[in-house]
Design a binder for this molecule. Structure first.
Ligand SMILES: Nc1ncnc2c1ncn2[C@@H]1O[C@H](COP(=O)(O)OP(=O)(O)OP(=O)(O)O)[C@@H](O)[C@H]1O
Length: 236
């Protein structure tokens, strides 16, 4: 049994059908990349797993127990954490307050220092307010807020988007380290090369359908295959 099982979900925004019988699974300690063009349904898949959107049909299970239909707060309590594209940190609170707040409702949160070991820059900025952070620092804080709750699975939505290449390199290195220590993650990313550098397995999405599944290694060996499915190249 996989840690996360998404089985034939259909999701709609009003009358607009966005995910069609979509099935994916994520094994414990596995990193899965969801790749596809803009509008393919990647963000909607993460939002549906998190419970922000309820699937119209199908089922989502964590550890074999259904979570679809539960509110996001309940899904967070059982160990799912979304790191949203817009980062969603509290601009008026300091780095440390943002982290403490995230830890507050977690059953077994990490001590603050463990987050600071992952992101030393956050320790340097711990008394700074969220709104004064750079884009890269905000992304570190957003990931740090997920990590401090010690979740079973982290859903990362375009973590490298809009960041300078040097920051992306640092965040990729952190993601690799998290993968190496056995964190379970789903990553949605337009930067395919960056995502494949730490993903184990890949799903390609197109128009709300899974159109490709394979190991990251397979895909790196034949990137034209991915391009033919979804029009996303390794350098796209
Ligand atoms: N709140 C919403 N209301 C209505 N339609 C939406 C909403 N959010 C997304 N959609 C539509 O659902 C489809 C899937 O969007 P989604 O954001 O999941 O795609 P994506 O693969 O994550 O792409 P992107 O990289 O652009 O975020 C698109 O056609 C989009 O226009």
């Amino acid at each position: 049994m996989s840690l996360l099982e998404v089985e034939r979900i259909n999701a709609l925004y009003g009358d607009s059908h966005v995910l069609f019988d979509l099935s994916i699974h994520v094994n414990e300690k596995e990193v899965v990349a969801l790749l596809g063009r803009n509008g393919a349904g990647k963000t909607t898949t993460l939002r549906t797993i998190m419970g922000v959107l309820s699937p119209r049909s199908g089922e989502i299970r964590l550890d074999g127990k259904p979570i679809s239909g539960l509110p996001p707060s309940a899904i967070a309590r059982v160990g799912v954490q979304l790191v949203p594209e817009e980062r969603a940190i509290f601009g008026g609170l300091t780095v440390e307050e943002n982290l403490r707040l995230a830890a507050l409702t977690a059953p077994k949160p990490w001590p603050l220092d463990r987050v600071y070991e992952v992101f030393p820059r956050l320790k340097e900025r711990r008394t700074s307010r969220g709104r004064t952070l750079s884009g890269g620092e905000q992304q570190m804080l957003s990931i740090g807020r997920a990590l401090i709750r010690d979740p079973r699975i982290i859903l990362m939505d375009e973590p490298f988007e809009g960041l300078a290449p040097l920051i992306v390199r640092d965040l990729v290195n952190v993601s690799r380290a998290l993968a190496a220590e056995g964190r379970t993650m789903i990553v949605v990313e337009q930067n395919v090369a960056a995502a494949l550098s730490f993903a184990d397995r890949v799903y390609g999405l197109n128009n709300g359908h899974v159109v490709y599944e394979g190991s990251a290694k397979e895909l790196q060996a034949e990137p034209e295959r991915m391009a033919s499915f979804i029009g996303v190249g390794l350098h796209g």
